[in-house]
Design a protein around this ligand. Structure first.
Ligand SMILES: [Fe+2]
Ligand SMILES: [Fe+2]
Length: 245
């Protein structure tokens, strides 16, 4: 049996220019660092940063993220979140060789990186140009789609207020024979669901997660987390959550 490709998804690190800044009462740098030993044990072949890398869209935050994450995986890719500024993060990550896609080939899988961020808006949107990479997918070869905003409700009212708007524009382009899963961030909790025969999975945040089902953000005391995938070239896959503890 061929070796699977190990993909690690890190999301919503919310680093600030000031390394001592508080994010929802937590320290973004310390919590991300606390998660890294467990992430290294997974020996990821690929790392996807699924947005909200920075809280303040500062160059200093992206530089520190780059320092902390450079070398964690063989290849690193990223998409922006609503708190990011692509114009600031792209030069920093380009210098490190981090990839923005929108289409990558990892382990025989097609990895799609969709930018759903809308300047100065907490919710997301995919216009025709941003959806276009999906038209280039080779049918029947397994694909994994990353997008920052949740394309379905996760049943937590505090964050379901800010979803991917008009998600049917995305769903209309996804064929379950090809797209095995849609992975997102933004929701600051682990979520696992299914729509149209396609798995819908979130990565929790590396700094602060909310308790599922909450009307208002209520800190989950179990700490920072991330999501891993094992991808086999024949389309089989597994996924789970890694935590710092
Ligand atoms: Fe976030
Ligand atoms: Fe977000």
């Amino acid at each position: 049996m061929p070796q699977p490709f190990t993909l690690l998804q890190l999301s919503d690190s919310h680093l600030s220019a000031d390394p001592a800044a508080s994010y929802r009462g937590e320290n973004a740098d310390a919590n991300l660092l606390s998660l890294l030993p467990a992430c290294r044990l997974l020996a990821p072949d690929g790392l996807v940063l699924s947005g909200d890398v920075a809280e303040d869209a500062s160059e200093a935050a992206y530089e520190r993220a780059g320092k902390m994450l450079d070398g964690l995986a063989v290849g690193t890719a990223w998409i922006p979140g609503n708190h990011d500024d692509q114009a600031v993060m792209a030069p920093v990550f380009d210098r490190l060789g981090f990839q923005a896609g929108p289409l990558l080939e990892w382990g025989g899988w097609q990895i799609v990186l969709l930018d759903s961020a809308v300047p100065n808006r907490p919710e997301g949107y995919l216009d025709e140009a941003r959806l276009a990479p999906l038209d280039q997918l080779a049918p029947g070869r397994p694909a994994l789609v990353f997008v920052h905003h949740q394309p379905l409700a996760v049943n937590s009212p505090w964050i379901d207020k800010y979803p991917l708007t008009e998600p049917e524009r995305l769903w209309a382009r996804l064929e379950p024979e090809t797209v095995k899963a849609v992975a997102f961030g933004h929701v600051h909790q682990a979520f696992s669901g299914n729509k149209n025969g396609i798995a819908c999975l979130s990565s929790p945040s590396t700094v602060a997660n909310g308790q599922p089902g909450s009307a208002r953000f209520t800190l989950d005391p179990t700490g920072p987390k991330a999501r891993w995938f094992r991808l086999w070239p024949d389309g089989r896959w597994l996924s789970g959550i890694v935590s710092a503890g």
